[in-house]
Design a protein around this ligand. Structure first.
Ligand code: UD1
Length: 375
């Protein structure tokens, strides 16, 4: 008798989710025995924040788009909860797969567990220990109710064990975002973005800035822009501007843009090429700390904490905080040829999605065998 397929409902909502869900979907759809439904919550909706990632990464059109859009944390989380629940009831998947730490991740997880649908959290266990970051709440809450906790680095397992999670729920599988990076690097290197922007390989710094703690405070934002403008006089600073940051420039700085090489948000491949060829990257993103470590490019993180310590302990990442003197000194060191050398962390090898799907297949087949025997 033919086996019933394992039904997976995969959720993605915001820009950093798309490169994580892509290799999982590819792996699930390449194997017999899985039936996969992709749900886009619509948390990010601009062409540059969403559609271009689907196109660049060959992600199939979402089967359902919940069209949630922007709002306060409460509104956004509530809208995803409200809109995904009927879908979960109708489709009743065997597992919900969520990635990362955005509001959509937590909301979809909550809706599923309340319906008795088990959740697999990809990129579990990361902790910045800074509860003022909205993502930290999302991480902690998602992990506590998820059945499968797929981790990217050893610290994540330690965090989960410390929080009392049973060891058999934790699986160290590597990093799906690095699966995507490795699969696309050659294609990205073949683009002509550097010529188009008038840049030389290793002849510029790449900047991203969008954390509320940095961009929603006018004093902090002004001070950061001032030191970055100084750096720009020595090394061009290319700055693709996140919509939140653009809105902050309008609202808090009276529309006065910094004297940097500002661009619209870039697509995945174009940004990857700029990262791979940069002299250094300045960022407050989480994912970029990992991508630069995988690429061996120097990264200065403009935050006081990281939830991804392996990028500092083994990789090319340095936490510099937001004090202008510290940023200036760290950039100087790199320009003087004293950049930190790193290595690629264990299991960041392009095979994380395959490991995850192996584990889900094993556990869910076992579960359905048990149910069949039970019946
Ligand atoms: C979200 C995630 C953050 C992630 C970031 C990556 C949460 C709590 N935060 O932050 O972890 O690092 O995505 O980008 O989930 N906007 C647009 N177009 C869009 C999307 C947003 O203009 O397509 C604007 C809106 O003004 C919106 C603001 O950006 O209010 C913030 O968007 P939101 O999704 O709330 O949070 P991000 O700052 O993008």
């Amino acid at each position: 008798m033919a086996k019933c397929p394992i039904r997976v409902l995969a959720v993605a909502g915001a820009r950093p989710n798309f490169m994580k869900i892509a290799p999982l979907l590819k792996e699930l759809r390449a194997r017999e025995g899985f039936e996969t439904l992709l749900v886009h919550t619509g948390q990010h909706y601009d062409a540059a924040m969403s559609d271009s990632f689907f196109r660049d990464l060959g992600i199939p059109e979402p089967d359902v788009n919940l069209g949630v859009g922007s709002g306060s944390h409460g509104e956004q989380t509530a809208e995803v909860l409200r809109k995904i629940e009927p879908l979960l009831i109708e489709r009743h998947p065997d597992v919900l797969v969520v990635v990362g730490d955005v509001n959509s991740t937590l909301a979809a997880t909550l809706a599923a567990v309340k319906l008795g649908i088990p959740v697999a959290h990809v990129e579990a266990g990361l902790r910045s220990f800074d509860r003022s970051m909205p993502e930290e709440t999302n991480r902690v809450m998602t992990d506590v109710v998820s059945e499968w906790l797929f981790t990217t680095e050893p610290a994540a397992e330690q965090n989960l064990l410390r929080e009392g999670v049973a060891r058999d729920r934790i699986h160290f599988v590597g990093n799906v975002m690095i699966d995507t990076l490795l699969a696309n690097l050659d294609r990205a290197r073949g683009l002509d973005s550097l010529e188009r922007l008038g840049l030389e390989p290793r002849g510029y710094a790449l900047l991203t800035l969008h954390r509320p703690s940095n961009v929603d405070d006018p004093v902090r934002l002004r001070a950061l822009f001032a030191v970055l403008e100084e750096i720009n006089t020595e090394l061009p600073v290319v700055f693709p501007v996140h919509p939140r940051t653009q809105a902050a420039i309008e609202r808090l700085l009276g529309g006065q843009s910094p004297a940097l090489r500002m661009t619209e948000p870039l697509g995945y491949l174009e940004f990857l090429q700029l990262m791979a060829e940069a002299r250094l990257v300045l960022t407050d993103s989480g994912g970029i700390q990992e991508e630069t470590t995988a690429l061996g490019v120097s990264c200065l993180t403009l935050r006081d904490s990281t939830e991804r310590p392996v990028t500092v302990d083994e990789g090319t990442n340095t936490m510099v905080g937001t004090e202008p003197d510290a940023i200036r000194a760290a950039v100087r060191k790199i320009l003087d040829g004293e950049a930190k050398k790193g290595r690629v962390p264990a299991l960041w090898d392009g095979r994380a999605a395959a490991r995850i799907v192996d584990i889900l297949e094993r556990d869910l087949e076992r579960k359905s065998d048990r149910q069949r025997i039970g019946n």
